[in-house]
Design a protein around this ligand. Structure first.
Ligand code: CA
Length: 227
């Protein structure tokens, strides 16, 4: 599941992003409203978390912009305690929920999960499939040929990324930034080790391998097409 956080206050933004990454989400964080609207319109997110007061465009303008473009991505607003009218205004504009700052992370996570569950009743994207491999985004469960596979939070995120973009060779740098929030200069050995562990769980017991190495390029998940 991929989330966009638009928050100009560095401490809050980093806190929210870090927590969501640790909870297994893929997170983009930007600091101003113009970047936020641009990303919300061009990338596919499962949920947007918007601060109200932002440089360039405020949270409502972002919400207005995406609803006008016909996108029904769920939106959670972060509002300051003294902005009660803002909350009403946000809900009128089509926000799905709001959270008053300061908040504890567990509260944010609970709201996020509720909104994602609600949203997924309309969308069918809660299940990713590749051959006999299934990843259930909401229940956070993975099965292959009906057999349950236990993954760590990072392994789950890695597999989710590979499955969302199956057939595409993903460079280590991209995997590093999406799953570990590291840049390419960091130790990419971490990724090789994680992929090896994931493979052991996903592929070792099966004749048909799904995760492949594109030598010198990265990794790709590919299921054979049945004819
Ligand atoms: Ca702000």
């Amino acid at each position: 599941m991929k989330l966009l956080v638009v928050e100009d206050e560095p401490k809050t933004g980093d806190y929210v992003r870090q927590g969501l990454i640790e909870a297994g989400f893929i997170v983009d964080l930007v600091r101003d409203g113009a970047d936020g609207l641009h990303l919300a319109l061009t990338e596919a997110y499962d949920l947007l978390i918007l601060d109200v007061m932002l440089p360039k465009l405020n949270g409502w303008q972002i919400l207005g912009g995406i609803r006008k473009a016909g996108k029904d991505t769920p939106v959670l607003f972060l509002t300051a305690r003294d902005e009660v009218d803002d909350r009403v205004h946000g809900l009128e504009l089509g926000a799905d929920d709001y959270l008053v700052k300061p908040f504890v992370f567990s509260e944010l996570l609970a709201r996020v999960r509720t909104l994602l569950r609600r949203g997924s009743k309309v969308k069918e994207s809660e299940m990713l499939r590749a051959g006999d491999l299934e990843l259930d985004l909401l229940r956070r469960r993975v099965t292959r040929a009906g057999r349950r596979i236990e993954l760590t939070v990072k392994e789950f995120s890695l597999l989710e990324l590979l499955m969302r973009r199956q057939g595409e060779v993903l460079p280590r740098s991209l995997i590093a930034s999406q799953v570990w929030d590291m840049n390419f200069d960091s130790d990419t050995n971490v990724i090789d080790v994680a992929v090896r562990r994931l493979r052991a769980k996903i592929d070792d017991d099966f004749e048909q391998k799904l995760i492949h190495t594109a030598r010198g390029m990265g990794y790709v998940l590919e299921a054979p097409t049945c004819s």
